[in-house]
Design a protein around this ligand. Structure first.
Ligand code: RIB
Ligand code: CA
Length: 314
């Protein structure tokens, strides 16, 4: 058995972020979660850091250090998504106030320090919100870029195009300059775009299975997906909630669940019309240098079986 992957999750909880964090915590043989860094995204930073602590307490893992990162995009005004996630960011169930402390250190400094102190190539960054913290860390400490094992991010879209504008997916749209920095940095990147996450849809059957676990985690995850799915059902007519962020963790546990192509992906940062679009050269029609493993399909049964198995452990 290989040693667990050391990871830092950079997140804007968000019900799907919560499921991703719980999947990681339910998989200690494969994942060693070094820390959680909150970023402004679905809801403002004061809520995403609080929600990160709530999730750790729910999993009874108050040993996981939680940091606050950046409270706004690099150079734009923050756009949030309360219309999807509710005003707390974790709407659905009533949740207790967290009691575990927030770390004093800024989340960007935690990312830099962790990468400098660990052997090169042994720490994976898992951003599942806007890429602000990652980009600021790369700008402030370019020496860490070569030390990152891999960036596995949820963001972008090609065939699925946008969910916050006709052209852009939310995480990229909120901070396109940050995404541009990360995608041009030369770091090894694996992308879980809407093309994949829209195929990881919860079903009534799966939600019933999760409820049948009859655990605190099971009931909360069922209640979060109940709340979270209404946006996508209304908008896309889809049956079920797309579990965007857990796709990153599932990939780290079992990469064979996903298929994609190593292609060039560039970020629109100029045009107001297509701001934040991930321009993915899926068909290889340019001679731009490939820079990202862009996923296109998922074994959704395998994904949900894995999720149920790991959530059952919490
Ligand atoms: O577009 C989906 C992404 O935006 C997910 O990470 C969700 O949590 C929101 O942050
Ligand atoms: Ca997210």
């Amino acid at each position: 058995m290989a040693a667990p992957r050391k990871i830092i999750i950079d997140t804007d909880p968000g019900q799907d972020d919560a499921v991703a964090i719980l999947l990681a915590l339910g998989s200690p043989d494969e994942i060693d979660l070094l820390g959680i860094v909150a970023v402004a995204g679905n809801v403002p930073l004061a809520l995403t850091e609080k929600n990160s602590r709530i999730i750790c307490e729910l999993a009874e893992r108050t040993d996981i250090p939680v940091y606050a990162g950046c409270d706004a995009p690099i150079r734009r005004k923050l756009v949030t998504a309360e219309h999807v996630h509710g005003k707390t960011g974790l709407d659905g169930p009533k949740l207790p106030e967290p009691t575990m402390p927030l770390q004093d250190q800024h989340g960007v400094d935690f990312i830099i320090e962790t990468l400098r102190n660990a052997p090169a190539g042994t720490v994976t960054l898992v951003p599942i919100g806007p890429l602000t913290n990652i980009a600021v860390a790369f700008n402030r400490a370019p020496d860490i870029i070569g030390r990152v094992q891999e960036v596995v991010l949820m963001g972008g879209a090609y065939f699925e195009v946008g969910n916050i504008t006709p052209a852009a997916e939310f995480n990229i749209y909120v901070d396109p300059e940050a995404a541009d920095i990360v995608f041009k940095s030369g770091v090894k990147i694996t992308v879980m775009p809407l093309d994949v996450t829209h195929k990881a849809l919860t079903s009534a059957r799966w939600i019933a299975d999760i409820k049948a676990l009859d655990t605190n985690v099971g009931h909360l995850v069922a209640s979060w997906t109940d709340f979270f799915e209404r946006f996508d059902i209304e908008k896309y007519g889809s049956q079920g909630a797309p579990l965007h962020d857990p796709c990153t963790i599932a990939y780290l546990i079992n990469p064979d669940l996903f298929q994609g192509r190593f292609i060039n992906v560039e970020i629109e940062t100029q045009s107001e019309l297509t701001l934040g679009m991930t321009v993915a050269d899926w068909w290889g029609v340019t001679n731009r240098v490939p820079n990202a493993m862009f996923m296109g399909s998922v074994d959704d049964k395998g994904f949900f079986d894995l999720l149920t198995d790991r959530l059952a452990r919490l």
